[in-house]
Design a protein around this ligand. Structure first.
Ligand SMILES: Cc1cc2nc3c(=O)[nH]c(=O)nc-3n(C[C@H](O)[C@H](O)[C@H](O)COP(=O)(O)OP(=O)(O)OC[C@H]3O[C@@H](n4cnc5c(N)ncnc54)[C@H](O)[C@@H]3O)c2cc1C
Length: 367
């Protein structure tokens, strides 16, 4: 299937990170060896269907799906990743599964799910905790933040810092900071996915990218050591982050925010959610925009696809939404292969008609 594609199609397919060697299925014995003796709490299952963990609702079994609790995440994860590397077991880091298509045959090796590594973090950039929004506390009190609490750092009058663990849903991060009277993340309201995935993707909506508010990212680096990576504008671009070229796990992200009235922020967030509803984002399983926009095309990719009359084009259960050219949906019975075939067809037709090479935004994992 992939081999049959024209070279330009293959070259532009985004490459999600699978740590290690992606070959045949890894084997339960090696996976058990990777886990042996490690202290772990959380969920861990062999042959876990990825359809249950992706917003597209497609995908075969992960050989080993593992979702550590927050309490053991920082001790367990580096050890697991070191073992996996030594044993040649590939690892895929899963956020909210909102931008991936997992292959029907499944994902070899380990899928490390960050979903429980969620919540705000304490003391990152906090010289004068709590100075933003006098008298404000985390909803539910300081304990609500879990192990590692959040405190707000004052950068300057009217500004603040807030850090989130990577598994925190992006929408939740927007809500939490708004409830603290901090603006800056409201553009993420209603967008599925996690903070880790949003930083990795440099997610963008409502004319703003995550990089606009990112101050620092904390990662487990290639040696599985914790490192802080200060934000550098030159490392980021449209839907591009430096982490896309590295085998790292994003642990947390620190954002610089501004003091703003909560009611104002809530109004903006409600408007974004309503806009997404109106655009049919949640009507069917999907991963949002299938293709990236590109200024050089002169118009949004959705419009280009519309004008080619490709709305409603289907392959099996996958379809270009009849109401939006850049939304590829699972009408109920799509396979990952259907989604792949449909993206290939749209790319080939667009190239044939206009010489435009569309770049996939959705990531194909395990193909
Ligand atoms: C209805 C809908 C609307 C959407 N609208 C938008 C939109 O407006 N703008 C936009 O940009 N996107 C949009 N998306 C896509 C998606 O929400 C974003 O790309 C989101 O940032 C993906 O985050 P995730 O946690 O789900 O990442 P995943 O899909 O789980 O992973 C995506 C990539 O990030 C990597 N990754 C995830 N977490 C980590 C981590 N902690 N460390 C290292 N790597 C990690 C994964 O390995 C993978 O390569 C939409 C999706 C849906 C379903």
């Amino acid at each position: 299937m992939i081999e049959a594609l024209p070279a330009f199609v293959q070259a532009a397919l985004p490459k999600p990170r699978l740590w290690g060697i992606l070959s045949t299925m890894t084997g339960k014995a090696a996976l058990r060896e990777a886990l042996e003796g490690l202290e772990f709490s959380g969920a861990c299952r062999f042959d876990e269907p990825m359809a249950a963990h992706t917003t597209f609702k497609v995908g075969g079994p992960a050989e080993l799906w593992i979702q550590p609790d927050a309490a053991c995440f920082l001790s367990f994860t580096p050890s697991l990743l070191r073992r996996a590397k030594a044993l040649g077991i590939p690892v895929f880091i899963l956020g909210g599964g909102a931008n991936i298509v997992a292959a029907d045959r499944g994902i070899a090796g380990i899928v490390l799910d960050t979903g429980k590594w969620a919540g705000m973090l304490p003391g990152r950039g906090t010289e004068a905790a709590g100075t933003v929004g006098p008298g404000r506390e985390l909803p539910g009190g300081p304990e609500a933040a879990g192990p590692g609490t959040v405190e707000l750092g004052a950068m300057a009058a009217g500004r603040g810092l807030a850090a989130f663990r990577s598994g925190t849903p992006a929408d939740q991060a927007a809500c939490l900071t708004a409830s603290l009277g901090l603006g800056g993340l409201e553009f993420l309201a209603g967008m599925p996915g996690s903070i880790g995935g949003s930083v990795w993707m440099n997610a963008r909506c409502y004319e703003k990218s995550v990089s606009a508010v990112l101050e620092e990212t904390e990662i487990l680096d290639e040696d599985r050591e914790v490192r802080r990576v200060p934000f550098r504008a030159a490392d980021f671009g449209y839907k591009k982050s430096p982490f896309q070229n590295r085998d790292v796990l994003i642990l947390s992200a620190l954002f610089h925010l501004e003091s703003r009235p909560e009611a104002e922020l809530r109004a903006v967030m409600d408007a974004h959610r309503e806009d997404r509803e109106a655009k049919g984002h949640y009507r069917f399983p999907s991963a949002g925009s299938a293709f990236k926009n590109n200024r050089a095309f002169g118009k949004p990719t959705g419009k280009i696809i519309d004008e080619l009359g490709l709305r409603g084009l289907s392959r099996g259960g996958a379809s270009i939404a009849p109401w939006h050219g850049n939304l590829l949906i699972n009408t109920g019975c799509a396979t990952a292969a259907d989604i792949r075939a449909l993206t290939d067809e749209v790319r080939e037709k667009t190239f044939a008609a206009l010489g435009i090479n569309l770049e996939c935004e959705i990531l194909f994992v395990g193909f």
